[in-house]
Design a protein around this ligand. Structure first.
Ligand code: PHE
Length: 339
């Protein structure tokens, strides 16, 4: 019996020492100390030990069991600690790692400039309207005093969809639509995309326009100049000056090209204004009475002014951007400057 106890003791002790997982130790507990484990069986076998040896064998068996159980518990604690440490290490967060920064979006420089322009005019009591980009020849040209085959059509080389439909070349079509619906007083701005067959460093086949229209009693060229002067001073600089040069548009009479004193050199002459001190920003004029009559507005009672500008051109002047194409290039290095 003693030798058996000794053997089991060694076996159990070795197993405990060599285990590396708490799970293995649990198996050992069941195998040796469980209900039908080795030690339980040995206890049962005690009854066959000769009476005189019983106390000694019993004590040996008890001591051995107690020692091994203690050893097992100790090893369990040791392994539990190790396993916990390992888990903690695995789940450890490195709070020194730099985070990923999400890029915050911003408005495109053209949207910023468009909003700024629209804000100036809404501040003067204008309302904003927009209409279809696919427009009829009738609204885009004929109603604006540009009949079919009129040479003035050359000023706006157009994308035709068919004989009657085009991609609008100017947002002036919206002025017609508004005048047909509404009697004066009218005070509107029309921001929107327009399309022309044109492409180089200062022209793009698609660009944005903002046109304005005022129709009321006694509207004169002075009102136009006053409104545009306030616009230019607000958009560029309070010292900006505005000048009119005679021009021609079929829908305005008289027609003018509007220049502002160069915002970069203050009018002294620099590269951007090609030494002239002036930069052209838009076309304008007094609404041709023919257009008013076309829209059912009495041209003896009412008069109006209209103007139209390209948003890209204004943005290029405002920020000294030399090539229009960069506005459409989606280059973040460029766009980020205008957040
Ligand atoms: N529609 C003209 C253009 O696109 C601009 C303009 C508008 C001129 C209103 C005069 C009056 O060129």
């Amino acid at each position: 019996m003693q030798t058996i106890i000794q053997k089991i003791k060694e076996e159990c002790s070795n197993l405990i020492e060599n285990s590396t997982l708490t799970k293995e130790l649990n198996d050992i507990r069941i195998k040796f100390f469980g209900k039908s484990g080795e030690f339980t069986n040995l206890m049962k076998g005690l009854k066959d030990v000769p009476k005189e040896d019983k106390p000694a064998v019993g004590k040996m068996l008890n001591d051995c069991k107690k020692n091994l159980e203690a050893k097992l518990e100790e090893k369990i604690k040791e392994l539990e600690l190790k396993e916990k440490d390992k888990k903690l290490k695995e789940e450890e967060l490195d709070i020194t790692l730099s985070g990923k920064r999400e890029d915050v979006g911003g408005l495109h420089v053209l949207s910023l400039v468009r909003n700024e322009i629209v804000d100036i005019f809404t501040g003067l009591g204008f309302t904003v309207s927009d209409g279809p980009e696919i427009e009829t020849d009738y609204f885009c040209f004929q109603m604006l005093n540009i009949p079919k085959d009129h040479p003035a059509r050359d000023m706006q080389d157009s994308f035709f969809i068919n004989d009657n439909l085009i991609l609008r070349t100017q947002t002036s079509s919206m002025q017609v639509r508004t005048m047909l619906k509404q009697q004066p007083p009218i005070r509107i701005v029309n921001p929107g995309k327009v399309y022309r067959v044109d492409s180089d460093a200062t022209h793009s086949p698609m660009f944005q326009q903002i046109e304005g229209l005022v129709v009321d009693k006694n509207v004169t060229l002075c009102d136009l100049k006053g409104a545009l002067e306030l616009f230019a001073k607000t958009l560029f600089d309070k010292n900006t000056e505005v000048r009119f040069r005679p021009s021609y548009f079929p829908f305005t009479e008289p027609s003018v090209e509007v220049d502002v004193s160069c915002p970069f050199c203050g009018g002294k002459g620099c590269n951007l204004c090609k030494g002239t001190g002036w930069i052209e920003i838009l076309g304008a004029g007094i609404v041709n009475p023919v257009v008013l009559e076309n829209c059912g507005i009495d041209s003896k009672e009412y008069s109006g002014f209209a103007f139209g500008m390209g948003v890209e051109r204004i943005a290029m002047i405002k920020y000294g951007i030399p090539d229009m194409r960069i506005l459409f290039s989606n280059d973040m290095r460029f766009l980020k400057q205008y957040k």
